[in-house]
Design a protein around this ligand. Structure first.
Ligand SMILES: [Zn+2]
Length: 369
């Protein structure tokens, strides 16, 4: 009896200590997160109104760029007149952001929990796409994966889970976005009737693509690294087709372009694959920047949502590079690079938070000057 009482007392003390320690750890991490999230300076922009093109290389860190340059030579994006870094953390306590929370930060300027798309604690947050549409501008969403991926979804849908692909499509079909371009035709072929009923003209090939239609939704077999014919166009080709349409709007436009596969290859520690997608992304950036500079009144912001794979680069030549330069199979917490092209009257901080990209995009689109 005495022994049992003693055992119960010891168990109670151990349990109380465990609860106290756990609570303290959570409280400490919560405070640390609040300090980080609270330390985001406001964006003040007093320049002129410009069209905005935001390009996101999913999973692309600084070492992906160094390795790609060792393989392919200088990248066009590195010639940007403005360059810096973005912090990427989400509200997730224990590690790196996922693409859903990062897209929400880049699109709405709000930090959210991993997995959440365009919302925080159940409340929908306005994306840059929605702001542009409310201002009468044209909009386009492009991705090399299906447009229901977390990044394009962050710019065109609101849901508490990125896995709600049907819900994401439902939101996208009433979003008012003028152009959706992506891949994953296996999924979208069976949804073409639903997409057409919602008022979008559906296409699966550049050979019959009619950009004079009011709203265009195209899903291809593949967004290819090099032109592979009408069902396998490049990201650069599709970006120009979208720009030809949305740049006709005198009120302006916003376009989001994602190279989705740097992340996918890096999760698999497939360095050759990741670098070939960095190169294709860079080709698309050059095509878009050339178009934007020719058009005028347009800025192009190039960045990433997070780094994937903890890629290390220590001066290896192209021949010396191998998959073992990856140290992780998931996302890391390192800062990602950003680049800005175009004539913009704004003082960029060398290191910004990813939420500031959304705030800046929205300030530029809604500037009255
Ligand atoms: Zn990922």
């Amino acid at each position: 009896m005495t022994f049992n009482k003693k055992a119960i007392k010891i168990t109670a003390i151990v349990l109380a200590c465990a609860i106290f320690i756990t609570a303290s750890v959570f409280a400490f991490m919560g405070i640390a997160r609040a300090v980080k999230i609270g330390n985001i300076p406001e964006v003040v922009y007093e320049g002129e109104k410009l069209n905005v093109i935001l390009m996101i290389g999913d999973g692309m860190g600084a070492n992906h760029l160094k390795a790609a340059e060792a393989r392919y030579g200088e990248l066009f994006m590195k010639s940007a007149p403005v360059q810096g870094e973005l912090t990427t953390y989400s509200r997730y306590l224990f590690g790196a952001t996922d693409s859903a929370a990062a897209a929400t930060a880049l699109a709405t300027g709000v930090k959210t929990d991993n997995g959440h798309v365009g919302q925080y604690l159940g409340k929908e947050k306005q994306s840059t796409t929605e702001l542009a549409i409310s201002l009468g501008m044209s909009t386009a969403i492009l991705a090399t994966e299906g447009v229901d991926g977390a990044t394009p979804a962050g710019f065109s849908a609101h849901t508490s889970t990125r896995n709600d692909l049907d819900g994401i499509l439902d939101d996208q079909l009433v979003s008012g976005v003028d152009v959706f371009f992506g891949s994953n035709i296996e999924r979208y072929a069976s949804l073409s009737e639903k997409i057409e009923k919602a008022g979008y003209s559906f296409f699966d090939s550049t050979s019959n693509l009619d950009m004079s239609k009011e709203k265009v939704f195209a899903s291809f077999e593949e967004i290819a690294l090099e032109d592979g014919g009408s069902t396998k166009p490049t990201l650069a080709d599709l970006a120009i087709k979208a720009l030809d349409k949305i740049s006709l709007n005198e009120k302006g436009f916003f376009m989001m372009i994602e190279e989705s596969h740097i992340d996918k290859c890096s999760h698999n520690n497939d360095l050759d694959g990741a670098l070939s997608h960095v190169k294709a992304y860079d080709n698309a950036i050059k095509a878009v920047v050339d178009y934007a500079l020719n058009l005028g009144n347009t800025i192009v912001i190039v960045t990433a949502d997070h780094e994937t794979g903890g890629l290390q680069y220590n001066g290896e030549t192209s021949e010396q590079m191998s998959d073992s330069m990856y140290t992780l199979t998931h996302h890391s917490t390192v800062n990602v690079p950003y680049f800005v092209f175009g004539n913009i009257d704004y003082e960029f901080a060398k290191v910004m938070d990813n939420t500031q990209i959304a705030k800046l995009c929205q300030a530029v689109l809604s500037a009255s000057v």
